[in-house]
Design a protein around this ligand. Structure first.
Ligand SMILES: *[C@@H]1O[C@H](CO)[C@@H](O)[C@H](O)[C@H]1NC(C)=O
Length: 188
């Protein structure tokens, strides 16, 4: 009797363990991770086009590494745009004040996205929040230079619309990681 219940105890432990151990075999393909990410964005076509042609997202084998790669893509664009704003502020006296403020906004975006990347694993909901608040910074840039007619302002405006699109992809990526965590909690 005692040994039989012990046997069933061991069996149930093994059954529980095998659920964890078998989890990796049910791992999704890269494209399924990209779809999970892109289901949570405003423009799915842009999302799929972007994530299936950027090597770090194409090689991601989980929602977490995919989200890291997407955030890195957004950081790279924010850094490039911050550099453009700083150079223009230096070279075009008439735009100096506005472009310095735009530069500050992009520095804030880079900082938020770097925090998001660090928070992704433990608190993906906070990471998602940090991505979302960057939308306030792109709005600030659009308010500052959106009505200007010069070439540099137009370029910065284009880069800022692209930033919004990449932030949307990053928001979808962090949301997918957050959702996945909740599903794991629900299962156990
Ligand atoms: C969505 O993205 C595609 C591909 O980048 C683009 O052609 C299209 O205009 C976008 N749609 C919207 C509503 O922004």
């Amino acid at each position: 009797m005692a040994s039989s219940s012990g046997y069933f105890f061991v069996l149930s432990i093994m059954a529980i363990l095998s659920q964890f151990l078998s989890a990796p075999t049910s791992a999704l393909t890269n494209r399924e991770y990209i779809d999970a990410n892109c289901q949570r964005v405003k423009n799915k076509t842009f999302c799929v086009d972007t994530l299936t042609t950027y090597p770090p997202t194409v090689s991601a084998t989980g929602l977490l590494p995919l989200a890291e790669a997407v955030i890195n893509l957004a950081i790279a664009h924010a850094e490039k745009t911050a550099g453009f704003a700083a150079d223009t502020a230096k070279n075009e006296a008439a735009l100096k004040t506005q472009f310095n403020q735009c530069h500050d906004a992009y520095v804030a975006i880079v900082a938020s996205l770097k925090s998001a990347s660090l928070e992704l694993k433990e608190t993906p909901d906070t990471a998602n929040y940090d991505v979302m608040v960057s939308g306030d910074d792109t709005s600030r840039v659009k308010d500052l230079i959106g009505k200007n007619l010069d070439k540099s302002s137009k370029t910065l405006m284009d880069m800022t619309l692209q930033m919004d699109k990449l932030l949307d992809l990053a928001a979808g990526a962090t949301d997918a990681v957050d959702d996945d965590d909740e599903n794991i909690l629900r299962r156990t």
